[in-house]
Design a protein around this ligand. Structure first.
Ligand SMILES: NC(=O)c1ccc[n+]([C@@H]2O[C@H](COP(=O)([O-])OP(=O)(O)OC[C@H]3O[C@@H](n4cnc5c(N)ncnc54)[C@H](O)[C@@H]3O)[C@@H](O)[C@H]2O)c1
Length: 328
């Protein structure tokens, strides 16, 4: 880790979200993107050019071995997150990895262990934690504006009939279940983060409706939280009425958030989303944690709670029963 000078970053996976990360890196002098790796060489080349980086790779092991790096930014399909994170940690590199942290709890544990053993950071890009409307929502809950939280309902419903835009999203061996891990990781993390709680037990039910997606594409997950509240995350890509919102019901009042709008009791607030949708703040936190040698917000250890919830949901979907978090 450099005492001075920018943190040198190598990208692993140079697709859609990597481009979003890059836009924010360019505004942060704390970082210098120096290498790009993608199995699609042209994509890696184009990305390196956009980043002003010279090193281009199609094999991330080679990039880690042959480039002077301080950190990697992993933006690959879901089941390809854990291996580069572990190898990067073993090489003494910090990692920021896109959500979901991984698709197996055992892989998350291996990532955390490798980071701990090598004294580096593993942070998960749970970007919702860095968006102002959600930060304000959490603050309102913390200050007791709605009393004691009793029930949280997070919905993400849309209608998608064609094949997933990214072919890997409908391949369970790469996505681990797109709706569960792609959408579900955001919702599970938000519920636990807003309520400062963990999942005690989980029951999930799912349907496979869209013939192109090859996994559960309608999922309801019912959660008993450690703070005594209950929660529901509901996901659908088969709903002609769309929804992307969260209701939090407390003993004194309730709160509703969608986009930049927060309704608390009689009040309607508007908290604009920052430029770059929280991505810039997320990366600034990654840099600060590296500089200050501390755990970042959304550290691997913290996000493990989210991954326990999703692991329990996965087992519940498979076995049709309530899964206790203590089983994990
Ligand atoms: N935070 C958000 O809101 C958000 C939004 C979109 C995607 N994501 C997450 O970002 C990750 C990537 O999604 P995306 O939409 O950018 O996908 P994408 O398909 O656009 O990009 C993935 C890239 O990884 C490359 N790749 C695949 N295997 C590789 C390997 N072994 N080594 C190097 N590169 C490899 C692919 O060629 C591709 O360019 C996923 O975890 C996804 O859930 C997060």
């Amino acid at each position: 880790m450099p005492a001075n000078g920018p943190i040198k970053v190598g990208f692993i996976g140079c697709g859609g979200i990597a481009g979003g990360h890059l836009t924010s890196y360019k505004t942060l002098p704390e970082f210098q993107v120096v290498a790009a790796c993608d199995i699609n060489k042209q994509r890696a080349r184009d990305f390196a050019e956009a980043a002003g980086a010279e090193a281009v790779f199609t094999d991330w092991r080679e990039m880690i071995r042959n480039t002077e790096l301080d950190a990697v930014d992993i933006c690959t399909p879901h089941t390809l997150h854990h291996e580069p994170a572990i190898v990067a940690a073993e090489a003494g590199l910090h990692t920021i990895v896109e959500k979901p942290m991984a698709t197996e709890l055992a892989h998350c544990d291996a990532m955390i262990e490798a980071a701990d053993l090598n004294g580096v950071i593993v942070m998960v890009a749970q970007v919702l934690r860095f968006r102002d409307p959600y930060i304000e929502t959490r603050r309102l809950i913390d200050e007791g504006r709605i009393g004691k939280v009793q029930n949280v309902i997070r919905r993400r419903w849309s209608f998608v009939r064609e094949t997933a835009q990214d072919p890997w999203a409908s391949d369970p061996s790469l996505a681990g279940g797109w709706v569960l891990y792609g959408f579900g990781s955001h919702a599970a993390d938000l519920i636990l983060w807003l309520t400062r709680s963990e999942a005690n037990s989980v029951f999930a039910a799912g349907r496979k409706i869209n013939p192109h997606w090859n996994d559960y594409d309608d999922i309801n997950i019912q959660i008993e939280l450690s703070n005594g509240a209950m929660a529901l995350q509901s996901h659908s890509i088969n709903s002609r009425t769309s929804a992307w919102d969260c209701t939090v019901i407390g003993t004194e009042d309730s709160l509703y958030i969608a986009g930049d709008k927060i309704i608390v009791g009689e009040d309607e607030l508007h908290v604009p989303l920052q430029e770059f949708n929280g991505m810039r703040e997320q990366l600034a936190e990654f840099a600060a944690a590296i500089r200050e040698d501390r755990e970042p917000e959304a550290s691997g250890k913290d996000v493990r709670k989210t991954m326990v919830l999703l692991e329990a949901a996965k087992i519940s979907l498979r076995e049709g029963r309530i899964v206790d978090a203590s089983e994990m």
